[in-house]
Every structure is written in C-alpha cells, then in structure tokens.
Design a protein around this ligand. Structure first.
Ligand SMILES: C[S@@+](CC[C@H](N)C(=O)[O-])C[C@H]1O[C@@H](n2cnc3c(N)ncnc32)[C@H](O)[C@@H]1O
Length: 202
C-alpha cells in the first residue's frame, strides 16, 4: 500500500483519539513555538499536521499566518471544518513533493520526518528545510528517540538521538535546544521522543 492510501485509510477508520500520536493539547510543540516566535505574524508551517490540535492552539494564541501540510486529504478536511479560519493555508501533499512560493519563520514537524527512512528522502527533506526556512528561522523536529518505538502507525521509522539530528542538519542549522520526552499514548503506553530546535544559520 502506498503512503497516501495508508494515511487516508488510517484517518477514515480510526477515531481522532484512536491513534498513538493523539494529544489533547500538544504542550511541547506549542511551548516551543511560543518561545521561539515572538511575532504573531510569523509564518509557521506544520508538516504532517494530521488532525492534531496544534493549529487550534496557535489560532487561540493569535498566530495569523499558519500553513498546514499533510499527505491525507481526509485529515486536512476535518481540520478545516473544525477550525473555520480563513487565514490558515492547507496543502495536501507528500512533503517530499511539495513546492511553495514562500519561506517560513517556523517549521514544525512532530512524528513525520521519522517516517522517511531512505537516504535520498532524508537528503530531500533537509534540502527543503534549507530552501523554505528563512535565515535565522527556526526548525522544530520531534521524532522517535533512539530508545523509542521501532514502528509508528504500523510503518517502519528511523529513531534519532539529539546528536543524530544535530549531525544530519549541521550544514545549515545550529542546534539551539534538544531534549527527550515521553509521550503517553491514549492506550496508556509511553513513547520516547527526541525534540530538537535548530536555527538556520545562512
Ligand atoms: C504520526 S502522525 C503525526 C501527526 C501530527 N504531526 C501530530 O503530532 O499529531 C503523521 C502524520 O504525517 C502525515 N504524513 C506522513 N507522511 C507524510 C509525508 N510524506 N508528507 C506529508 N505528510 C505525511 C500523516 O498523514 C499523518 O497525519
């Protein structure tokens, strides 16, 4: 099954809180964005937003320039109906295929980059970060940690330590902050994540 079919099927068949990545409030992501973005007009992009509540919280915090990307039309449609906000831009695309005509101040990705397991795909993702993040812009990545789960949504993933992520992005990004956290799933299990915040240096 290709990736798009997989995700459309997940969102068609599962309840919003029936997936391991569900969070009532995405506290870590939200706190990081608020700490690293002081301007409510900053251009923020959330890669692989799913049906998550980050966008609702960003709107409530008065951010005005939010772009959501997901491979699943189903997920984006549900979010669009829920948030009813004409300032949010929606892009239905595989992140590795998209092209945009603007750059971003904040690029956020929780539990999406880790699905890209091949060298070519990883290099492409890094090149997109180079292309679409402003100089001094901020890249926030949350991926399964080195001692985290081996799969996510039944798919193979790549696990990352803070050091692994720092090395991967080192050419054009400097690590500002890295930490590990444990996400409690709706099934009462724990998933270890690595979060890194990078600043684009050129
Ligand atoms: C594990 S979920 C995480 C959702 C959300 N970021 C969160 O933390 O709640 C992964 C999401 O990424 C999307 N996705 C997976 N691969 C993608 C890709 N290559 N391009 C764009 N979106 C993708 C899926 O449809 C899904 O919504």
């Amino acid at each position: 099954m290709n990736s798009k079919l997989h995700w459309e099927n997940i969102y068609k068949t599962k309840e919003i809180d029936g997936v391991s990545w569900y969070q009532e409030t995405p506290t870590d992501s939200l706190d990081l964005i608020k700490r690293f973005s002081n301007n409510k007009k900053d251009k923020i992009i959330d890669i692989g937003c799913g049906k998550g509540f980050l966008v609702d919280n960003l709107i409530n915090s008065n951010y005005q320039n939010i772009t959501l990307v997901d491979i699943s039309a189903n997920a984006l449609e549900e979010v669009k109906t829920r948030v009813k906000n004409e300032n949010v831009n929606y892009i239905e695309s595989n992140v590795l295929d998209f092209s945009l005509n603007s750059k971003f101040d904040i690029w956020h990705d929780r539990a999406v980059f880790h699905f890209i397991t091949d060298k070519k795909g990883i290099e492409k993702y890094i090149s997109l970060c180079n292309k679409y993040i402003h100089k001094d812009g901020v890249l926030i990545i949350g991926a399964f940690a080195e001692d985290g789960p081996l799969k996510c949504s039944g798919l193979e993933i790549k696990r990352y330590s803070i050091k692994n992520l720092e090395t991967l992005f080192s050419k054009n990004f400097e690590l500002v902050e890295g930490f590990k956290m444990s996400h409690k799933t709706p099934f009462d299990t724990q998933q270890k994540f690595t979060f890194c915040v990078f600043r684009k240096t050129y």
